[in-house]
Design a protein around this ligand. Structure first.
Ligand SMILES: [Zn+2]
Length: 123
């Protein structure tokens, strides 16, 4: 079932050029639905992640950010000033790794860091 809230979350992520944290989704969601509750957003994020309609990205010391599943693997860029995470539209493949016994691979991530255009010159 596609609910209004879920289609709003979808639209927000489609219209943004970067992965968003739950708080950013909530703030933008309230532009469409002023009474959107944070528990509702949490519930839909959880549900959409379980259905693989949403992908969570976590970086150390950062809130988890979400994006729609990408058609191709792409690296991310994290701004050291504003801490926003951006998608880099660069096709790339992660190298295959062979893990030691007992390790289970569930994902991989290439992250570059530096300054975004808005924060250029602030460090
Ligand atoms: Zn920045």
């Amino acid at each position: 079932m596609v609910t209004k809230q879920k289609s709003i979350i979808n639209r927000i992520l489609k219209n943004t050029e970067r992965p968003l944290s739950r708080d950013e989704i909530l703030v933008k969601g309230r532009e469409y639905l002023p009474r959107l509750g944070s528990a509702t957003v949490d519930r839909f994020i959880k549900q959409m992640c379980e259905n693989f309609e949403l992908v969570g990205l976590s970086f150390p010391g950062q809130p988890t950010r979400y994006e729609l599943p990408a058609e191709k693997e792409h690296p991310h860029f994290i701004c050291r000033v504003c801490e926003k995470v951006f998608d880099l539209d660069i096709p790339m493949r992660l190298p295959k790794v062979t893990l030691p016994d007992g390790f289970n691979l569930s994902g991989g991530e290439v992250v570059y860091s530096g300054n975004c255009p808005k924060c250029d010159g602030k460090i």
